[in-house]
Design a protein around this ligand. Structure first.
Ligand code: IMP
Length: 438
């Protein structure tokens, strides 16, 4: 195998290329070995990573997947929103599994808190939307980011400004409770209960809250290796995704800069992670979606159910129109293909090469969800393969039909696939080209 860790490189971003759930958790766990810092920059506990390694199987929502390598510091940046109860649950579960987080986990004091009223508002507003619901995770992410933009959010650092916190909380609750009661006809949230929770969070989280921006910036300046761990995917980006069926943050490369306080020219490698097919959770356009039949087969084979909500994921063929757009938005330097093994044993596989809309060929991903809803996929059939790719660790082990499929995706997206994941374990990985020069 190529000596993967041969060179020095400082900053490496791993971003979701589709609608999230591309298998970034495993990838980051694998790539983190030689990193000094692994950093999350956006989203909250709407994300869900499953990591399987020698310590067991873990479902992480907030804590970056690099936590399993003992010498690595993991940080959660200012661009994220943090539900302190969710974070504490993860800290407790990891501690119980024998993973020491003290001095290794730092959460930005500028990250906004997802409060219980955000979760209530998320669920109530989705219910009120009826058929037009976004299909959010119900974790309060949208309302927490809404407060941030409206400049009424409460940040983790505010937990330690006790008097100011109480007065701001009172103000913001007056506003939110008016909406909860008068617009949604639901029960108000208690100021006293939340203030009590804030005291507990301050006590328990104090050792984990710090200035992440300084830690990351200093590490980069000192030529340390920083792995930036994306959550969600490019097509869920608030600006660049399939609005309004998006999340409320920026899982794209620009979000990495603002969400960690780093400079664009400090990022050396941008790795786009793509599944060998497509999935999406929640509502919104999905041109290559498969209804029943092969879609159900892939869902069951690959256990495509949400890590955070348990919802069945919608499944479809690989969409090269969307992938090319994602590559444009993120400027990938290379791609990483996951879950190739799921397609083992299929007679034939389809790849969407372009769309048709009102009889016209569409090669650019439309910026409008209602146009996208009307696009029809045009597929090219690719022969499947009989031999398993599952567990392969070298490109020479792949059947020629699988290699052809990989080459086709590279050509359609215009970027090289430098790493291939062939199973959930760290070792089930093929390094085609040693792009990670830690
Ligand atoms: P929210 O982020 O909970 O507001 O949900 C908005 C949309 O993003 C919904 O369609 C969710 O299903 C989707 N979403 C949010 N986080 C993830 C994720 O980690 N993976 C896949 N979809 C996600």
């Amino acid at each position: 195998m190529i000596d993967f860790w041969r060179f020095i490189l400082s900053v490496f971003a791993v971003l979701g290329g589709q609608w999230g759930d591309e298998g970034k958790g495993k990838v980051v766990d694998f790539l983190s070995e030689k990193a000094d810092i692994v950093a999350r920059f956006s989203g909250g506990n709407n994300a869900g990573h499953t990591v399987i390694n020698d310590k067991g199987e873990f479902k992480l929502h907030l804590v970056p997947s690099g936590i399993f390598w003992p010498n690595i510091k993991v940080v959660i940046g200012n661009g994220t929103v943090v539900d302190p109860d969710g974070l504490l649950q993860e800290i407790d579960a990891l501690t119980e599994a024998g993973i020491d987080l003290r001095g290794r986990l730092v959460v930005s004091d500028r990250a906004h808190i997802v409060m219980p009223y955000h979760r209530a508002l998320d669920v109530l507003s989705e219910k009120a939307k009826g058929d037009n619901a976004i299909g959010t995770t119900g974790k309060g992410i949208g309302p927490a980011y809404t407060d941030k933009v409206a400049r009424i959010g409460i940040r983790l650092g505010d937990l330690f400004q006790k008097e100011l916190l109480a007065s701001r909380l009172k103000e913001v609750l007056k506003y939110h409770n008016a909406i909860i009661e008068n617009v949604y006809g639901s029960e108000p949230v208690s100021f006293e209960d939340i203030l009590e929770k804030c005291k507990l969070w301050a006590d328990r989280l104090t050792e984990y809250i710090g200035s992440v921006e300084h830690i990351v910036f200093d590490a980069i300046t000192e030529n340390k290796n920083v792995l930036i761990e994306g959550a969600q995917g490019a097509l869920l980006d608030l600006d660049h995704g399939t609005y309004p069926y998006v999340t409320s943050s920026h899982p794209t490369i620009g979000g990495a800069c603002t969400g960690l306080g780093i400079l664009h020219d400090q990022i050396d490698v941008v790795l786009g992670v793509f599944k060998a097919y497509s999935t999406r959770v929640g509502s919104g356009p999905f041109v290559t979606e498969l209804h029943g039949g092969v879609g159900d087969e892939i869902r069951n084979l690959a256990n495509e159910f949400g890590t955070t909500t348990g919802r069945p994921r919608r499944v479809g063929w690989f969409d090269s129109v969307a992938a090319r757009y994602s590559a444009r938005v993120n400027g990938y330097t290379s791609l990483l293909l996951t879950r190739l093994d799921v397609l083992d044993g299929f007679d034939s596989i389809k790849v969407c090469t372009y769309y048709e809309l009102d009889g016209k060929k569409v090669t650019d991903f439309p910026g409008n969800a209602s146009l996208l809803e009307r696009c029809k996929p045009v597929y090219e059939d690719v022969p499947g393969w009989d031999l398993p790719t599952a567990g392969a660790t070298n490109i020479s082990q792949l059947p020629k039909e699988a290699l052809r499929y990989i080459k086709m995706i590279e050509e359609l997206v215009g970027k090289p696939i430098d790493i291939i994941s062939t199973g959930p374990h760290r070792t089930e990985t093929i390094v085609v080209r040693d792009i990670v020069r830690f």
